[in-house]
Design a protein around this ligand. Structure first.
Ligand SMILES: [Fe+2]
Length: 215
């Protein structure tokens, strides 16, 4: 089976899996996977990363959210291997894809990762920093992962501020040139949210909204 056939088979099987779980995957659903796949290929092209590996990693990078809410990429490893095996991937390709997925994880990624990891990371991080994401999808993230705004604001600011400081919010020049402005605006918003959540009157208002079932 050639690379395109493997990708076609993998995509078709994953699409069915995502459709079956769409009610649960409010943030990390097929819309997210499709976007990350497309942008990861664009970033991969700009740095000559391996397109087959990047596309395969993009398609399977969030399978942990089907295993369970608020989970880590390692928890999706078995399911990822199951789908890759089924689509005809070799054990060595699977090892590389796993490595790309793990090294591009926002919470733990560092300065030195592979070119394929950079392409995936930039696409996945871009989804987080799109101007529409805090408006349309932040509340979906809270619902999908059964957390609250306090926990999400803490997560976003503690994970993403250091990435800006280290200069690795995005890795590729293409993502930096086009999207760093959005990323900084988005992070400023989350820093403001974090600050607002320390305010007693805001806390009381949110607590009242929760009691009356509005949020
Ligand atoms: Fe993702």
């Amino acid at each position: 089976m050639d690379a395109q056939e493997k990708l076609k088979k993998l995509t078709s099987k994953l699409k069915k899996l995502y459709e079956k779980n769409s009610k649960m995957l409010l943030f990390h659903g097929w819309h997210h996977i499709q976007f990350v796949r497309k942008k990861a290929l664009e970033f991969a092209n700009s740095i000559n990363a391996d397109l087959f590996l990047v596309e395969s990693a993009a398609l399977t990078h969030d399978l942990n959210y089907i295993v369970g809410p608020n989970s880590e990429p390692q928890e999706g490893q078995a399911l990822r291997r199951e789908y890759l095996t089924d689509a005809g991937y070799s054990p060595s390709d699977m090892d590389t894809i796993d490595k790309i997925v793990l090294e591009s994880h926002t919470r733990t990624r560092g300065e030195v990762i592979s070119e394929e990891g950079k392409a995936l990371s930039d696409a996945d991080t871009l989804f987080k920093s799109l101007p529409v994401t805090p408006i349309l999808f932040a509340s979906k993230f809270i619902a999908q992962n059964k957390i609250d705004i306090y926990r999400l604001a803490q997560k976003v600011t503690s994970e993403q501020n250091p990435l800006i400081e280290k200069g690795i919010y995005f890795y590729t020049s293409l993502a930096k040139e086009r999207y760093l402005k959005w990323a900084k605006g988005n992070l400023q918003l989350w820093n403001n949210v974090q600050e607002a959540l320390q305010d007693d009157d805001v806390k009381e208002m949110l607590s009242n909204a929760a009691k009356s079932g509005v949020i």
